[in-house]
Design a protein around this ligand. Structure first.
Ligand code: ZN
Length: 365
């Protein structure tokens, strides 16, 4: 398969409701859900009816959208000429405190994605939703699905119980690296901690704004705890993180690293070099300057044209119409962002390259 059309690295299929997942639960959990009166595991980071959750012209009568691959194709693939899209399902599997319940719902979501989406549109790939309540169960879920090459990454939320660099998470990174799966870190929280470093906030406006700070904290954690030294082939993709904060952030990280790097000897080169080798950032929401003439200067500050990967973030409301690509990007940069960079960020996408494209069935076995 030759990749000559955009690869959208962040689109969100929507679980239409818990009944859709019931066929993917075993008998015991189906009964528990009914007896406990569990009605939904909604991702409370994105309330169904909040304007930012779904762009107005994509919103269905029930407030949702993207509940079927046909709808997603009509709204997010065909209009943007997308050749491949990576599904990141933001259902609330990270919310239950029960490790078993998290694992059961992660499994149900992943099986639902495979059967109801990947089987029905060959343009679709997906991230494996992980039950991050337990690294052991998360690894088990990776091992269960790793044979299916249509899964190209594993999905973590940027705000969990502990920083993502901590060793409790390392078995997840080992499994991801072993299977060539990238690690996608998406905006959102399992609400074990306040969504700000100084306490609980009152409004979504505050929470959304604070996400960029959480991404910075996690990037620092991944670098300083030595994740990339331990897993040299690991690819991390930050989704909905923004990226224009990167130059200033790296200046700060490198300044302090230079002063006290004796405490992190495994960070044996400039942190910026490590980040540019291992970490990528999705395009939308674009937090760059509105002046197209400033884009060139921004990319100079980024010191690389390989850091950005294309995303529409469908159906979240980040832009209107077809204006997904900010003005001021050169044709060469657009080619890199839409195709070359995603192929490097998600090595499993390339499994379909060269010779005949494998069928969905071949990729799934
Ligand atoms: Zn997103």
């Amino acid at each position: 398969m030759i990749f000559d059309r955009p690869i959208d690295c962040d689109v969100h299929p929507v679980v239409p409701g818990l009944p859709a997942l019931m066929p993917y639960l075993d008998d015991m959990w189906r009964e528990l859900v009914l007896r406990r009166g569990v009605d939904e595991l909604v991702s409370i980071s994105y309330p169904t009816h909040a304007p930012i959750t779904t762009r107005a012209d994509w919103r269905g009568a029930d407030g949702r959208t993207a509940t079927t691959p046909e709808l997603l194709a009509a709204q997010a693939l065909d209009p943007f000429g997308t050749g491949t899209a990576i599904l990141n399902c933001l259902y609330g599997v990270q919310l239950p405190f029960s490790e078993d319940m998290g694992a059961v719902f992660a499994r149900a979501v992943n099986d639902w994605i495979a059967k109801e989406w990947l089987d029905r549109d060959p343009r679709l790939r997906a991230s494996i939703v992980l039950p991050v309540q337990s690294a052991e169960l998360a690894v088990a879920e990776i091992e269960r699905l790793a044979h299916d090459k249509r899964f190209v990454s594993v999905l973590l939320l940027v705000m969990g119980e502990i920083p993502l660099g901590r060793r409790q998470h390392w078995p997840i990174y080992a499994a991801a690296e072993r299977h060539g799966l990238s690690v996608s870190i998406h905006a959102g929280s399992s609400y074990r901690n306040p969504p700000s470093p100084v306490g609980w906030t009152s409004y979504y406006t505050e929470e959304y704004t604070n996400q960029a700070g959480a991404f910075q904290t996690q990037l620092t954690s991944l670098v300083c705890e030595g994740v990339f030294a331990k897993f040299p082939k690991l690819k991390v993709v930050m989704l909905e993180s923004g990226f224009t904060w990167l130059p200033g952030y790296l200046w700060r990280l490198e300044k302090f690293w230079k002063g006290i790097r004796m405490e992190v000897p495994w960070v044996d080169r400039l942190p910026g070099e490590i980040v540019r080798e291992h970490v990528r950032f999705s395009l939308q929401p674009f937090d760059g300057p509105p002046d197209p003439s400033a884009i060139g200067r921004l990319m100079e500050h980024m010191q690389s044209d390989e850091l950005l990967v294309y995303s529409t973030d469908y159906p979240h409301w980040q832009f209107d119409g077809q204006d997904v690509m900010p003005e001021g990007f050169s044709a060469e940069l657009i080619r890199k962002i839409t195709i070359d960079n995603p192929l490097k960020a998600f090595p499993r996408l390339g499994l379909a390259q060269g010779g005949e494209a494998p069928t969905n069935k071949e990729l799934a076995s």
